[in-house]
Design a protein around this ligand. Structure first.
Ligand SMILES: Cc1ncc(COP(=O)(O)O)c(C=O)c1O
Length: 406
């Protein structure tokens, strides 16, 4: 009898991808993810973590998490539609609505679940009965071409060229051109504030102006900018001011906040309907109660102590200046994300491995995260890195460049 697995290519795909260097057996991390990680017993200086402020390692937040776990328990126990919503989630949602001056906020298990759920909800065709139904099948999505997987993936089930369009990255004229051709009454423009691969920042004000002129809804994914940008003394202030014109703002709590979860803020009628229509609120788990509570504690803490991010941003810019001074090819936008261009995917993988041997974990972004042979080291400083961590890394980087010529 034929082996039932023989029609499937998964094992062979995995094995050949591993041989070609696309995939590797990921190491086991012991202890916490922060400025350092322990891989199979060996401590490594970590530039690959996304929770860049390092607050997830801070004892006071770990203690708060434990206290909240004692008070609210370890689990929500199921969907809010069936048994109610936990107090910490409500408090966090109220805080988010206050921050964005929005009518309503709904939290999700992660930022990706918020994005997937948004597209599900806004394209829904659903009826409780003949009198209580919704038909959003005529919606049209217009996305920045460089949007995150969690935005492109759910729209990929819609027909490109009639229900989904792309505009050129960060390009308001291109958005306008696309919008001028669409004849639908239900259009949603989707873009991000800060793009994590290349650290570019959207011309938020201009993009939202175009949306306003065309009378369309806008959904702005602020996963990478939330709590980092927005105050007058920080870069991109004017664009961040314009964010209040967005119909919806989505955030992830896994970046600056450093814990986990996601949220969408916006008009009550729309966002509340996502409790039913998104699917990722009703049919899957959300943040655990102590996670929601700790997210809120950290937001309050960062608001009370703005110098933490001010100083962090200063350090990121200093690192950027050093990279420029030493003639590394880096991204053009001076955001907190510095991307060092390597080019060849093969070289990038080699560089990643050699950095690891030298005691540095660096995130190499290459195909499929970005175009083939446009690989970069996506460098995000962790606020807990010491000056000597950074100096050591730059020396290692220079060695690597002279070996591989990038
Ligand atoms: C722009 C953007 N949106 C959404 C997400 C997903 O967020 P989360 O990690 O909370 O699922 C990410 C994470 O990489 C992101 O960069």
């Amino acid at each position: 009898m034929q082996n039932k697995n023989s029609n499937w290519d998964n094992k062979q795909f995995l094995e050949s991808s591993e041989i070609a260097g696309y995939f590797y057996n990921v190491p086991i991390m012991d202890g916490m993810s922060g400025s350092r990680i322990v891989h199979n017993g060996k401590e490594t200086i970590n530039f690959a973590g996304i929770n860049v402020l390092g607050l997830q390692e801070d004892k006071k937040f770990i203690d708060m998490f434990c206290e909240n776990a004692r008070q609210y328990g370890l689990a929500t126990g199921g969907s809010r539609m069936t048994q109610g919503v936990c107090r910490p989630h409500v408090l966090l949602e109220q805080k988010m609505s206050q921050i964005f001056a929005s009518e309503y906020t709904l939290t999700f298990g992660s930022g990706a679940l918020a994005n997937l759920g948004f597209v599900n909800g806004m394209t829904a065709f659903f009826a409780f009965d003949d009198n209580n139904k919704i038909d959003n099948r005529d919606v049209v999505f217009v996305l920045d071409r460089d949007c995150h997987w969690s935005l492109w993936n759910p729209v990929s089930k819609l027909k490109y060229g009639s229900q989904v369009y792309a505009f050129k990255h960060n390009n308001p004229e291109s958005l306008e051109q696309v919008l001028s051709k669409i004849k639908s009454h239900k259009i949603i423009v989707v873009f991000e504030t800060v793009y994590s691969c290349d650290g570019s920042v959207a011309p938020i004000a201009q993009l939202l102006d175009v949306c306003e002129r065309y009378g369309v809804l806008s959904y702005v994914d602020d996963a990478n900018g939330f709590m980092i940008y927005g105050t007058p003394n920080r870069p991109f202030y004017e664009d961040y001011q314009a964010l209040s014109k967005a119909t919806f703002i989505m955030v992830s709590f896994s970046k600056a906040i450093g814990i986990e979860g996601g949220a969408i803020s916006g008009p009550e009628g729309f966002v509340k309907s996502l409790e039913i229509l998104s699917g990722t609120s009703l049919f899957t788990a959300t943040m655990q109660p102590p996670t929601a509570a700790t997210n809120l504690e950290i937001i309050n803490y960062l608001q009370d102590n703005p110098q933490i991010i001010d100083n962090y941003l200063k350090r990121c810019l200093q690192l950027r200046e050093i990279l420029i001074e030493r003639n590394f090819k880096i991204n053009s936008t001076p955001s907190y994300i510095n991307s060092i261009f390597i080019g060849s995917d093969e070289v990038a993988e080699q560089v990643r491995r050699e950095f690891l041997e030298m005691g540095y974990c660096v995130p190499v972004f290459r195909y499929p995260a970005i175009k083939r042979n446009q690989a970069v080291i996506r460098l995000m400083l962790n606020n807990q890195h010491t000056a000597s961590d950074v100096n050591g890394f730059i020396i290692a980087l220079e060695k690597m460049r002279s070996r591989y010529n990038f």
